[in-house]
Design a protein around this ligand. Sequence first.
Ligand SMILES: Nc1nc2c(ncn2[C@@H]2O[C@H](COP(=O)(O)OP(=O)(O)OP(=O)(O)O)[C@@H](O)[C@H]2O)c(=O)[nH]1
Ligand SMILES: [Mg+2]
Length: 346
Amino acid sequence: MKAGLVGFGQSGKTTFFNSLTGQSAQTGGGRGDKANLGVIKVPDTRIDRLSGIFKPKRTVYAEVLFVDVPGSRGKGGGFDSATVTALREADALVLVLRGFAGFDGLPPDPVRELADFESELILNDLVMVERRLERLKKEAGHDREKVVLDKLNAALQAEIPLRRVDLAPEEEREVTSFAFLSRRPLLVVLNAAESEVAAGVPAELEAAAADRQLGVMIACASIEAEVASLVPEEQREFLADLGVAEPAAARLIQRAYALLDYISFFTVGEDEVRAWPVRRGSKAPRAAGRVHSDIERGFIRAEVMRYDEFVQVGSEARMKDLGKLRIEGKEYVVQDGDIVHFRFNV
Ligand SMILES: Nc1nc2c(ncn2[C@@H]2O[C@H](COP(=O)(O)OP(=O)(O)OP(=O)(O)O)[C@@H](O)[C@H]2O)c(=O)[nH]1
Ligand SMILES: [Mg+2]
């Protein structure tokens, strides 16, 4: 699971990337071509709280892989092929829009940038679909694929990104190998100027994102970078001076994680308190397989507590007495915040 920090050139992607990962990849001027990769812990106050209760030897957070994709330098704002490749490899896209004055004082225009970026995604997909349909004209068979591609073609022609087209699972299977860009879930992040971040997302951008059914948040990459270099007490003071309640990093990571359609279940004990990422909709044996393949193979049952109930009650024994420790079988769909003990036999 890989979240891509994407957008046009010089919007602050690498600055965000550095603040999130603690790396010091090159920003600004001498731009390197290569994408930067970093693994980031997903902050989770529930894990902090459970760790406080169990005082385990190890506390482990869920992790997300972030890739910082350099902006295209194609003429006319088009994506170059390196960008397209990097975008295809990302499972979800975090679009960074420039909200500060650019290098020759170029005023920001995030609403326009959002529209342009979506158009680029759509155009790239349209080219692929048209090419494939052209090809299929000369080949017999492939009827099901053709039906799906016609449907997608119609949407793209109408400038509708593919993430807004409903496909049945069997239709989806026909076209997954295309890795369409406009089908990737997308979160919009306005990289605002230092003086404007406290004011929140401008109404215009809020409306443009809502029109497109996209989530949007505001952050300032240079503030995030500064915050990341300070100790916690200094962080609070620094942010208070700017009128900002909290750094945006935690929220940005959490939203990227949700965008990838992952949830966390927890395992707890004296040795380890741990968050396990699993695809939303996964059943208990699959979730068990995250912990160990033996547990999936020998799965008998899952004993499940709700996080919020557990922290109110405070102990597993009392949860049991209260009948709040549920026994779930193979068909159980694991929920975000479930505390799980797997029973297995190998
Ligand atoms: N004022 C201001 N400048 C910023 C902010 N974020 C980034 N910059 C500056 O904008 C320039 C570009 O930042 P980068 O992080 O390299 O942008 P990028 O999106 O990675 O650029 P490419 O990889 O070339 O596409 C640098 O000079 C940064 O210092 C910000 O929040 N405020
Ligand atoms: Mg960069």
